[in-house]
Design a protein. Sequence first.
Length: 435
Amino acid sequence: MAGYHPPGPSGAPGTIGKRLESKEGKQNRMIEFFKEPNIDWMGKAKYFYALSAILLLIGWFSIWQKGGLYYGIDFKGGTNVDVRFAKAPTVDELRKSLTVQGLGGAEIQAVSDSGLPGQASNEVLIFVEQKGSDDQAIDSSKARVLSALNAIYGVSDTGKADFNLAPLNSLAAILNQKDPLNLGTSAGDRYTLLAKKLLDYRDKVASGLGLVTDLSELSRVDGSTPAVVSVVKDNFSVGPFTIRNTEIVGPKVGAELKWQAIWVTLFALAGMLVYIAFRFEWVFGAAAVLAVFHDVLITLGFFSLLHFEISLTVIAALLTLVGYSMNDTIVIFDRIRENRRLLRKEDFAVLVNKSINQTLSRTILTSGLTFLTVLVLFLMGGQVLRAFSFALVVGIVVGTYSSFGIAAPLVVFWHHWRDKSEAAGSGSQPARKPA
């Protein structure tokens, strides 16, 4: 039976009972960093508010000075170039090489066909910022990426076009000119159809990669003779990559994504406000939402100060931060609600201090371990996860202290103001005679 310790001869707990008591005491001490802390959090609230005011002023002055936040290609528009390689490239090396070629702002994302983590991918998406959304802008961005990739990898045979990048009209024109099938004037569209078959083999069949690694493979194509393969070899070489597709994300689409991100965050805050108001009181919900809103604003200020860009993954991190900070606040509010039932005559500020102190060990354990995890992700997660993990690193620190340094003092302030208002209202009204 839980809590039962076999008694000794005198009725006191026996040796087994003492051991169990000792074991339970050690387990309790293992999860408590502080033994009955007595910190006056409400007395220090002014320092938390001053710290928040300083962080908000510095961060948003930076945003104002720079003319706004630094948005990623998801929001400001750009070109998405889908590149397939014969051998899986190293993303970090590819990023450094693109930077050398003047594309330091490009974003690179590996695409895994299998979906298995850690497995090398032969395909990457390269996002390039651009102005404009017409065909000329797309061609310009594609040419910049192609020029950079050629400078990095190049082709082995200089002076020859790359077969993996050859368009249909170029290949058909060379076949018509060389006439490897000796069709003469009766060729018609036959070379165009043959060129289409060769390119279909390149894009859909060859090596399962979408590019040809050896031009001799073209002999497998229906209608392709040794003379046709010879003409192709004389005029083309094979490069280590091909561009499979080019798409554009226009500024209009970026603006729509920006507003969608804002509305998603506001809806999340509104839902949490309703939930907390229903579970506790409306003032608890308002204080929690203001504290979380404060966390997001400070995090955005840090993004501006350190010039991190806002992307869709950062929006996901901010929503994660909203939920995490709100959970921390609810734990404290829940303890406040329990203590109000037990300590009805206690001053509300003292009661809130006790509630925060009672949950302090839990806060340090959960927030500390989570912070260490995202810190390792920030330091070792690579460039792709850098902004995402940075938002969580800042958000966890700010969100933890805002739970007891911003949200709780707001509730105390409102209770004191309400009590004073009620006292003033009752004192100004004359006593009524009983009916």
